[in-house]
Write a protein that binds this ligand. Structure first.
Ligand code: MN
Length: 417
């Protein structure tokens, strides 16, 4: 892994998220072809259906046309021993030393700019956690009590809620400002109106790669077998609706109108070099939540906000490594009651905020509930997201010349209907 000279015959620009060390999977279509599985490399997409057709994947004995799939679920369900072997084969086929696939480069590669990306997985169930201690502390400080910002359960379990899978959309999908019920503090009655406090949440999500039976538990040490890979995740949030509705069962319509994800699913293997330890957990967690080894990942994150026709401003820089609860603990907790999982289920991290105000992962925190507006390059101010603004999340890991990135997830806000 330290051999930085390891290169592909595909031209990969130096700052590309999609080096040969990454090889994320996605679902794409093109004017010539319906949906199929592709792998991102540099600015290209490797068409796995074509690679299979040419006989390069015969050793895996997959059904004919296996990669002409609408979603990655069946591929992921092959299991990690097989998908890891396929990943190794693809690494070999794309390496500079390889001389066979390169002869077919015109047939198997398409520019990413010429394909349309689709949701990578059919998401059965979606859960959103609340696992950044900085975010939970900020929100608790603003909405409850700075002295008791964290509720008593927070350091003992990864708090989460069941989200809505049907409204998870692919990057580039325009998001309509939602209508809903909200109530001003000094008002007697709620009103029904378009959301006034529209926000994003900087998150990452993992995709479940192995199913469980009802009643089965996943331990923290088993959890990585059950995680296929990760994407960037924007949990769009209507703060005024959320504030009025969330008591006592948690967010509902303030979240379910839309969530956006990045198109390329980065396999967990590609993130191996970027493991780091997480924050110390104090007090000690219960036995079933104890985890060993490096379970956090050093993934640099940023958020850009761009008015229509204007210049983008980077409004936050954060890192996935700040998460208090790691993914293995989240999965162990989620399954400890016997709740079953299916391939393609998605679990989002919760807003990823760091200690510094410049690393906060939502407008709510960045502008401190609107009291500290952000000045945009064109001189206008933002307390929350305005109509026709485009919000983009980006993320990548980099170490010793190896870069593994997620590309981006972007969404433009349209006015309420
Ligand atoms: Mn969230």
């Amino acid at each position: 892994m330290n051999d930085v000279a390891f290169k592909s015959w595909v031209d990969v620009p130096a700052q590309s998220d999609f080096s040969i060390y990454n090889l994320p999977y996605g679902i794409f279509s093109s004017p010539q072809h319906s949906k199929r599985i592709g792998v991102a490399i540099g600015n290209e997409v490797l068409d796995l259906a074509k690679v299979q057709e040419l006989g390069f994947l015969d050793e895996f004995k997959l059904a004919k046309g296996f990669f002409e799939a609408e979603f990655l679920n069946d591929f992921i369900a092959l299991g990690k021993s097989l998908t890891s072997a396929i990943r190794q084969k693809l690494t070999q086929l794309l390496s500079k030393e390889e001389t066979e696939l390169v002869k077919h480069s015109k047939k198997v590669l398409l520019p990413q700019s010429e394909v349309k990306m689709h949701l990578p997985v059919k998401i059965g169930d979606y859960t959103d956690f609340y696992s950044s201690i900085e975010h939970a502390t900020n929100v608790g400080t603003m909405f409850r009590d700075p002295e008791n910002a964290l509720l008593p359960n927070w350091r003992h379990l990864p708090v989460g809620y069941h989200g809505r899978a049907s409204s998870i959309v692919i990057s580039g999908t325009e998001i309509r400002r939602p209508w809903g019920q909200s109530k001003a503090d000094d008002a007697e009655m709620p009103t029904f109106q378009p959301c006034r406090l529209l926000d994003f949440e900087l998150e990452m999500a993992f995709v479940v790669g192995k199913s469980t039976q009802l009643g089965e538990r996943i331990t923290t040490s088993q959890a990585e077998e059950y995680i296929f890979g990760m994407v960037l995740f924007n949990d769009w949030s209507a703060r005024d609706i959320q504030k009025w509705e969330y008591v006592p069962l948690g967010p509902f319509l303030a979240k379910s109108f839309a969530s956006s994800i990045s198109p390329w699913l980065v396999p967990l293997e590609a993130l191996e070099p970027f493991r780091v330890s997480g924050p110390a957990q104090e007090p000690e967690v219960l036995d079933y939540l104890k985890s060993e080894g490096l379970k956090n990942y050093d993934i640099q994150l940023e958020v850009g906000l761009k008015p229509e026709g204007g210049e983008e401003k980077i409004i936050s820089k954060s890192n996935f490594k700040y998460m208090y609860w790691n993914m293995c603990q989240q999965l162990a907790h989620h399954s400890v009651n016997g709740c079953n999982f299916n391939v393609g289920d998605m679990c989002a991290s919760g807003t990823i905020s760091g200690k510094e105000p410049s690393s906060y992962g939502s407008m709510l925190e960045l502008t401190w509930r609107g009291t500290k507006p952000i000045t945009m390059p064109d001189g206008t101010e933002r307390r929350f997201i305005q109509d026709r603004d485009t919000l983009t999340l980006r993320g990548f890991a980099e170490k010793e010349g190896i870069r593994v990135g997620f590309g981006e997830v972007s969404g433009k806000i349209l006015p309420a209907e």
